[in-house]
Design a protein around this ligand. Structure first.
Ligand SMILES: *Cc1c(COP(=O)(O)O)cnc(C)c1O
Length: 402
């Protein structure tokens, strides 16, 4: 007789978790106002208002609204004149855009291994070991909403003259030692893709301190134009990465809601920690007092007792069948086919076999790390009880899956 839902038993839960994205009548009215204004995009007033408000929120001097969180990374790298012959250090445990943005500039992505005790963020010691005379930039990712270890990375950047691009796509509102992410590196990139903690379907933002890099980012995102120049005056190779007014209208509302949602996610994440702490088979990432987490994902790990018996994707399927949607998460980026493809190999400085790069901690993290999406932390205590009960049930009946 089976007990797990995946084998025909009763699931722990049948109700859906909190809906995402969250919106209200204000958003409906804001979209109608865009419609009736006749100004639907191309450097509109809402995109400008939003970039100012978002930059102020993270404590950065300048913001630039762009179309998504992939082109934002590419814009920043191009604005920093990164290109063929340069190397950019990235983590292998992240969304593909962190590395593909580097490839599109013509520079070589170089993978540095992660710290499994710090939410699988890039390990500053591995960054240091990866620096060569060709290294021009590093892209720390604030993984799952946990700020990357920025102080040693900034020290390395200072010493070696590197451009620091924070990939904050998952970390709206997170803080590293009292500073919001987005105000720490030279430039930071955010995403408003539909699953992110602020969502507009698609959308992106760059934040930064310096006016000269802002001017360059502006040119790259606006077909190489210059501020104050004529419409058909193009001084740099640029693209069209501009945000629409539809996106900005929605995002102004999303920004207003973020602080309240952050409090709810924090409360529920703490509750879930207290429920899962010490549970057999489950490993939690240590939490630190000098960080504020954005909880884009609730990440946790299966220990070797579990992964020795079943693949984590099978575990995720079983937990999902219990009514607790669970994601198996990233594959080590260096092992993705894209990195051995002809299309990629011809863009980098010389043929390179990424598949054999030694990244043991990422390989291990990919074998055991699972996550819950942020909307599952927007409900009440009964949701958290169900998540914990689902995990306990699958762990206790793990032999049914083996
Ligand atoms: C989502 C995400 C991106 C890309 O953002 P899009 O808006 O989906 O293009 C980049 N980096 C990380 C870490 C992400 O999670």
């Amino acid at each position: 007789m089976s007990t797990l839902a995946i084998n025909g038993g009763n699931p722990v839960r049948e109700r859906p978790f909190s809906q995402w994205p969250v919106y209200a009548d204000d958003d409906r009215e804001a979209l109608v106002r865009v419609l009736e204004s006749g100004k639907w995009g191309t450097l509109g007033p809402r995109a400008e208002e939003f970039q100012e408000r978002f930059a102020a929120f993270v404590g950065a001097k300048h913001g630039l609204s762009v179309f998504n969180g992939s082109v934002s990374l590419e814009t920043a790298l191009r604005a920093a004149s990164i290109g063929p012959g340069d190397e950019v250090i990235v983590p292998p445990y992240t969304f593909v855009a962190t590395a593909s943005s580097v490839v599109f500039t013509g520079a070589d992505p170089v993978f540095a291994d992660i710290d499994p005790n710090h939410f699988n963020c890039i390990d500053p010691a591995a960054v240091e070991a990866a620096i060569t005379s060709r290294t021009r930039a590093v892209i720390p990712v604030h993984m799952a909403g946990c700020p990357a270890e920025m102080e040693p990375i900034l020290a390395l950047a200072e010493k070696h003259g590197l451009f620091v691009l924070e990939d904050a796509a998952q970390a709206h509102g997170a803080e590293y030692r009292g500073r919001k992410v987005g105000s720490i590196g030279d430039v930071a990139s955010f995403s408003f893709q539909e699953t992110k903690n602020m969502a507009a379907g698609e959308g992106g933002m760059l934040t930064m301190k310096a006016a000269d890099i802002w001017e360059k980012c502006w040119a790259v995102h606006n077909t190489g134009r210059v501020t104050g120049g004529a419409w058909y005056q193009h001084e740099l190779p640029g693209s069209n990465f501009r945000m629409t007014e539809w996106q900005a209208a929605i995002l102004l509302g999303q920004l207003d809601r973020l602080p309240g949602q952050m409090e709810i996610r924090e409360r529920n994440a703490q509750l879930l920690y207290s429920r899962l702490e010490g549970m057999e088979g489950i490993v939690l990432f240590p939490l630190r007092d000098d960080l504020k987490y954005a909880w884009h994902l609730f990440m946790f790990k299966l220990n070797l007792d579990i992964t020795g018996k079943v693949d984590k994707r099978r575990f995720a399927e079983a937990l999902t069948a219990e009514g607790v949607p669970t994601e198996g998460g990233y594959v080590n980026l260096a092992r993705q086919k894209m990195f051995s493809s002809r299309e990629l190999q011809r863009r980098i400085s010389r043929p390179f076999d990424y598949s054999s790069v030694d990244l043991p901690r990422t390989d291990q993290a990919c074998a055991g790390t699972l996550w819950f999406s942020q909307n599952m932390l927007l409900g009440d205590e009964s949701d958290i009880d169900d998540i914990a009960e689902g995990v306990r049930k699958v762990v206790e009946n793990i032999d049914e899956l083996a």
